[in-house]
Design a protein around this ligand. Structure first.
Ligand SMILES: Cc1cc2nc3c(=O)[nH]c(=O)nc-3n(C[C@H](O)[C@H](O)[C@H](O)COP(=O)(O)OP(=O)(O)OC[C@H]3O[C@@H](n4cnc5c(N)ncnc54)[C@H](O)[C@@H]3O)c2cc1C
Length: 147
C-alpha cells in the first residue's frame, strides 16, 4: 500500500520517488538492481520493514490473519463482515457462535488497539447494522419466515 509520500515531498525537486522491488544490492559498486532497472547511490538507507513473527507456531501462522498493512486491515475487515453475514443465515448455535467469536493473538500495541476497536464495533456498530445479532437477541438471529 502506498502512503502519500509525494504529497509530503511536494516542492522538493531533489527528491525522486520510484516504486520498485529491490532484487539485489551491490555495495562494492554502489548500486541496486530493481525490477525497474539499476539505481546508483552514494549512501544507501535500507528500511524494508518487518513481517509478522509467529515465534515458530505454525498453527497460528496457518489459521490467523496478520495485521501489518492497510491491505491486511481491509482483508481482515472483509473476513469479519463476511462471517457476520453468514452468521445471520445459520441456525446451528455452535456454528453461528464460531462465526461470531473473535480471538486476538498477540497482546502488543496492535492487538490491544484491535481489541478496543472490536469493543467499539460491538457496542456501537453491531446493534445498528446487525440488530439481529445484537446483544438483545443474545446472538440468536431472527429468521424471517422460519419457525
Ligand atoms: C496495525 C499497526 C498499527 C500501527 N500504529 C502505529 C501508530 O499509531 N504509531 C506509530 O508510530 N507506529 C505504529 N505502527 C508501527 C509502524 O507502522 C512501524 O513501526 C513503521 O511502519 C515501521 O516503518 P518502516 O519504514 O521501518 O517499515 P514499513 O513501514 O513496513 O516499510 C517498509 C517498506 O519496505 C518495502 N519493502 C520490503 N522489501 C522490499 C524490497 N525488496 N524492495 C522494495 N521495497 C521493499 C515494504 O513493501 C514496505 O513498504 C503500527 C503498526 C501496525 C502493524
Amino acid at each position: 500500500m502506498l502512503f502519500p509520500l509525494r504529497r509530503l515531498f511536494t516542492n522538493k525537486p531533489n527528491i525522486h520517488i520510484r516504486v520498485a522491488e529491490i532484487e539485489s544490492v551491490h555495495p562494492e559498486e554502489k548500486y541496486l538492481l530493481t525490477n525497474e532497472g539499476r539505481v546508483n547511490y552514494d549512501i544507501l538507507v535500507l528500511a524494508t520493514g518487518v513481517t509478522t513473527n509467529y515465534y515458530g507456531n505454525k498453527d497460528i501462522e496457518k489459521h490467523t490473519y496478520s495485521l501489518k498493512s492497510v491491505a491486511d486491515a481491509l482483508y481482515l475487515r472483509n473476513a469479519i463482515l463476511s462471517d457476520l453475514e453468514k452468521a445471520l443465515t445459520i441456525r446451528e448455535d455452535d456454528i453461528r457462535q464460531g462465526l461470531l467469536d473473535l480471538a486476538i493473538v498477540g497482546g502488543g500495541p496492535t492487538g490491544v488497539e484491535l481489541a478496543g476497536s472490536f469493543a467499539e464495533f460491538k457496542k456501537y456498530i453491531l446493534p445498528q447494522e446487525y440488530p439481529e445479532l445484537g446483544r438483545h437477541t443474545n446472538g440468536h438471529p431472527y429468521h424471517p419466515g422460519r419457525q
